[in-house]
Design a protein around this ligand. Structure first.
Ligand code: GAL
Length: 432
């Protein structure tokens, strides 16, 4: 059923929800064992990759598996909504109904642990061992694909969550510079100066709340340092501590310097506004890099970047990967072919080129990736690595939801007290 292939550059194409790719329009769950013997059946994949660059990157994966498995139709069951909460909701309903897709996108560590606790994801340990994958991923990546020593997921790439994307022209006309030597105070000063110059300082699009959660987590990490951030998840530091309160105040000020329609915009709309010069900066994971380039913006000219200002640099790790269901898998053979291809170094490079991430496997050739991605790869090797809570990696789905809800409430009432006490009590009850 599989055939040899030569990998080519990224395939280009927009996909939409539940679009069937391939010759036949029938979604045929259980189509693994096709009766004609020469077709691969269907492979249904759930993800939340629907923005321009995300859809194009997803297409790279679909093209690869379709090239590998003869006659395979790919059913793109992507659900729009950056950060994935809509997709996760839709997926959970299907998992509970015993109707899983063949594979789904997820974050490792915390989010993975929630699926493992629900008995929903297949044990991939033998699969990992058979392919020797532990030898070709960095330790930080390897560790989070497992829960209690069992592998349940496969990584397609590494994103950085804490990048400040900047508009060089807007910064220049406000007479400010932002670079790696800028700290949080410097950022606030610069943002006030942009505001005084009459331009919106911060572009934010938190229609999907993860975008605001990321700003808050980035501020906290910058303010308390990577060790402090880790301590929040081991219980060694309380969310209701003076340092976290100060960080929440800083977040509140940044929010007051953002576009007033932020809750009506998606992350990609806000990022493109920034590149169009309607504001000075936007904090977003480096999937924004893919989005800028996809929209035709020139790196270094139309937009630039710096790690989110901090005294001590940290790389906020947002991992992307896929898992397959523990039971009722419609097309196991195709799902295994898909997982295997995800770890193909050329597929990882082609995917990263479009997505803005860096490959998760060390055997991938990164030499042709962009200057930004080279800097992200360096930082992933040299800076402290911490996990994102905005993307349910630092802790499980329950705490991540509490964090997101607390940010939504704070955005409405700006009540620092309520924010930190909510998080501290969830820390006590949910992180134990
Ligand atoms: C993250 C995911 C990224 C990106 C982003 C916005 O959760 O890791 O790949 O797609 O959401 O949708």
């Amino acid at each position: 059923m599989t055939r040899r292939h030569t990998r080519t550059a990224a395939g280009i194409g927009l996909v939409s929800t539940a679009l069937v790719l391939g010759a036949c329009a029938a979604n045929n769950p259980g189509g693994g064992g096709d009766s004609t013997g020469d077709a691969g059946g269907t492979l249904e994949i759930v993800s939340w990759w629907t923005s321009g660059s995300e859809a194009e990157a997803l297409q790279v994966l679909f093209d690869a598996v379709q090239e590998e498995v003869e006659g395979l139709e790919v059913v793109n069951a992507a659900v729009s909504g950056g950060g994935g909460s809509n997709a996760q909701q839709a997926l959970n309903a299907r998992l509970q109904g015993g109707d899983p897709p063949d594979a789904w996108q997820l974050h490792p560590d915390g989010q993975l642990a929630s699926y493992v606790a629900g008995g929903q994801v297949a044990d991939l340990t033998e699969f990992w061992e058979e392919h020797g994958w532990a030898d070709i991923v960095p330790e930080d990546v390897d560790a989070v694909q497992q829960i209690d020593g069992v592998y349940y997921t496969v990584p397609i790439g590494v994103h950085r969550g804490n990048v400040l994307w900047t508009n060089p022209e807007v910064l220049e006309s406000a007479g400010v510079t932002l670079d790696e030597s800028t700290d949080l105070d410097g950022l606030l000063e610069a943002m006030r100066a942009v505001d005084e110059s009459g331009t919106t300082a911060v572009c934010l699009g938190d229609k999907d709340i993860f975008a605001a959660s990321q700003v808050l987590e980035s501020v906290i990490i910058s303010h308390i340092g990577p060790d402090g951030w880790r301590d929040l998840f081991t219980g060694d530091l309380s969310f209701d501590s003076p340092e976290v309160r100060e960080a929440a105040e800083i977040y509140g000020e940044l929010l007051s310097l953002a576009n007033s329609d932020h809750s009506a915009l998606t992350w990609d709309e806000a990022a493109l506004r920034m590149a169009d010069g309607e504001c000075a900066v936007t904090l977003m994971g480096d999937w924004a890099y893919g989005e800028f380039v996809n929209a035709g913006h020139e790196p270094g000219t139309d937009f630039s970047w710096t790690p989110f200002p901090a005294a001590e640099q940290a790389f906020v790790y947002v991992g992307d990967g896929f898992s397959i269901p523990a039971s009722n898998i419609p097309n196991e053979e195709a799902a295994h072919a898909f997982l295997t291809l995800l770890m193909d170094p050329q597929v990882q490079t082609d995917f990263a080129a479009v997505k803005g991430s860096i490959p998760a496997v060390t055997t991938a050739d990164t030499s042709a990736l962009s200057e930004y991605q080279q800097s992200a790869a360096d930082s992933f090797q040299s800076d402290a690595i911490v996990s994102s809570i905005a993307h349910a990696q630092a802790a499980g789905a329950e705490f991540a939801q509490t964090f997101a809800d607390a940010v939504t409430t704070f955005n409405g009432n700006q009540n620092v007290d309520a924010l930190v006490t909510t998080l501290a009590s969830a820390q006590d009850s949910q992180l134990g």
